[in-house]
Ligand binder design. Sequence first.
Ligand SMILES: Nc1ncnc2c1ncn2[C@@H]1O[C@H](COP(=O)(O)OP(=O)(O)OP(=O)(O)O)[C@@H](O)[C@H]1O
Ligand SMILES: [Mg+2]
Length: 303
Amino acid sequence: MRPSKAQIITFANIKGGVGKTTAVTNIAYLLGVEFGKKVLVIDADDQGNATKALGVRDRFDRREETLWAALSRKLSFDQVMVESAFANIWVISSTKELKNAQTEFGRSARGLKLFKHLLKGATNQFDYILIDTKPQVNILLQAALAASHWYLIPSFPEPDSYDGFLDLVSECEEICDEENDQLKCLGVMLSCVKKIPAHESYIKFIGKHLKQARVQLLKPGIRVSNAVATGSLHSCPAVSLASAHSVKEDYRKLTKSLMKAVEAGAKAPRPDLPRLGVVKDNLAQGHEEDLLIEDGIQEINLL
Ligand SMILES: Nc1ncnc2c1ncn2[C@@H]1O[C@H](COP(=O)(O)OP(=O)(O)OP(=O)(O)O)[C@@H](O)[C@H]1O
Ligand SMILES: [Mg+2]
């Protein structure tokens, strides 16, 4: 089933280096190349990692075809998007000037509508619009959330990756209350999952507590894979490499279940913020039974 209008998904986590860009680019590749969906990726992080990973870094006009040009000169998506090297995938590229967005727009009424204006008409032309964001609450994240149907939280299976989680979900819920009542939480996805007891116990712990807080832990987790670094070296998503195996299998399953959920208009209850706070406290204290693990390596069942 094809969504009648594009589903807009913002990938967000205030914690840096937890697999946001890797998720955006690999899921975009599978949606576009394997599943034949028309995809627009917006790189809203001035680091420009998604722009690079989709092979467009040197293929756009830096004066005209950038997210910054669109936002600062009120251009529309079709004036600034460029076709990527991959079938069915278009990109709106990031440049360093995006850093100016916060001082330029702040949390103003215009700032919060930046992506709504940018994407006027885009939902009729694409099946999916994926937005990669920077690891901080800034106007670009807020504006992306204000224009999205969903937010998805990439994370690693380690307690540190939970830092800022409550702040992020609180921010998303505030945007939902004040700017965009269509915004729903798609869930948390885990990357870099290893076959070690520490990850197994963390996944059990977080799965149980997220469920109580009405946030889904998406399955499967993405196993750690050398192909991700190889993909970075070649400026392409890992799943596009012939040498990628486990990471391709995991991302394919995850992408299929995401498609199923969003195309069926899955219901997503509002997250229970006080309960998310309790998880944070438990992690900080580290005394939860679930997190007590035996030392040593053993085979475990991944998600
Ligand atoms: N499944 C995986 N296997 C191995 N390495 C991975 C995997 N997923 C992500 N990584 C690595 O983790 C690091 C962080 O990933 P990524 O750049 O996607 O995170 P990010 O959240 O976008 O970071 P930032 O907050 O800086 O934008 C990268 O070096 C990436 O190659
Ligand atoms: Mg990133």
